[in-house]
Design a protein around this ligand. Structure first.
Ligand code: UFG
Length: 325
């Protein structure tokens, strides 16, 4: 059985759907601080916090867990700057509790949800896994610390692990069962689509004076279903004993904030009002993955290759969520 922490969250819930489709048995754990219970598609669900060691201990006693996929974490970059303490507790202490319970129960396989935020401002593009790691926020630092903790546990205790460094997760389940739902929403694509739907007056572009072709930031958007698939492949590779410590998950193609807005206008057929604003502190000008290692070693190939396709699934979900689909 696979324990998925953060199984009610955006990427966790899509990964559970992918695992179930492959016939895996899954138990989800989530404290429902940001996750949504109705997104958990497996039968077994435990509402618990990783900071609650007794609850965690009980999960490992109650279920025959062989592997863990660990998503549960605080994920808002800006909030982590304002309140680092909750990030270090939730993310780092929570992970230590999880690893400790795994050790007690002899569980030795973990796929870890990491982030491109571990790299900081890139020295060159695209970014390979061995690029220097200088995270710019407490959030990014917690992700890097957790990777380092995993490496130490691997050396000392024979823990098998893989860290998957996501670039910009986007899109929603094409069947429309689950989707992206953050409250408050901070991510570009859902914000732009909310503006298309008339739920916001406009989209503010955070910075138009970057050293990029159109002056706005560039990001590598990767569909959440492709991310979910990569977790299944990474787990299988880990079980074969052949996984690398980390894989970048992105398409290798960057799109600017203006391109995203134009794509959303094309997909929705609506004009989206834009306001040009100042830079958002902490944003790297451009983040684009070099996903060669994941392609070569995991045989991973994103199915949603174009931004249009990614936005189309996000739009269908947005319409459905707001009762317009
Ligand atoms: N942006 C706007 N207006 C908005 C929202 C976003 O212009 O209203 C811009 C941002 O400035 C940025 C780009 O759109 O340039 C993408 O922003 P998101 O907030 O959607 O995503 P980020 O790139 O900031 O963050 C993502 C993940 C983080 C992860 C990070 C890695 O959400 O968890 O990538 O750097 F840490």
């Amino acid at each position: 059985m696979i324990l998925v922490t953060g199984g009610a969250g955006y990427i966790g819930s899509h990964t559970i759907k992918a695992l179930l489709a492959r016939g895996y048995r899954v138990v989800a754990l989530d404290n429902l601080s940001t996750g949504r219970r109705e997104f958990v598609l497996c039968e077994d669900f435990v509402e618990a916090d990783l900071l609650d060691r007794h609850a965690l201990e009980k999960v490992f006693r109650d279920y025959p867990i062989r592997s863990v996929i660990h998503f549960a974490a605080k994920t808002a970059v800006g909030e982590s700057v304002e309140n680092p303490e909750i990030y270090y507790y939730n993310n780092v202490v929570g992970t230590l509790n999880l690893l400790s319970a795994m050790r007690t129960h002899g569980v030795k396989e973990i796929v870890f949800s990491s982030s491109a935020a571990v790299y900081g401002d890139p020295e060159s593009l695209p970014i390979p896994e061995d690029h220097p790691k200088r995270p710019k926020s407490p959030y990014g630092r917690t992700k890097l610390m957790m990777e380092e903790i995993l490496a130490d546990y691997a050396r000392a205790y024979g823990m098998g692990y893989v860290a998957l460094r996501y670039f910009n997760a986007a899109g929603s389940d094409p069947e429309g069962v689950i989707g992206e739902w953050h409250d408050p929403e901070t991510h570009l694509i859902p914000i732009v689509l909310e503006a298309a739907l008339g739920l916001r007056d406009h989209v503010e572009i955070f910075g138009t004076d970057y050293n990029t072709p159109d002056g706005t930031c560039i990001r590598d958007f990767i569909h959440v279903v492709d991310l979910a698939e990569a977790h299944v492949l990474a787990l299988e590779r880990l079980r074969e004993g052949a996984a690398s410590p980390a894989y970048n998950l992105g398409t290798g193609v960057g799109h600017s904030v203006r391109e995203v807005i134009e794509t959303c206008e094309r997909v929705t057929g609506r004009e989206i009002p834009v306001v040009e604003g100042p830079r958002r502190p902490g944003d790297p000008p451009a983040l684009v993955a070099d996903p060669t290692r994941a392609r070569r070693e995991l045989g991973w190939e994103p199915c949603f290759a174009s931004l249009e396709e990614i936005v189309a699934t996000a739009w269908r979900w947005m319409l459905r969520r707001h009762g317009r689909g």
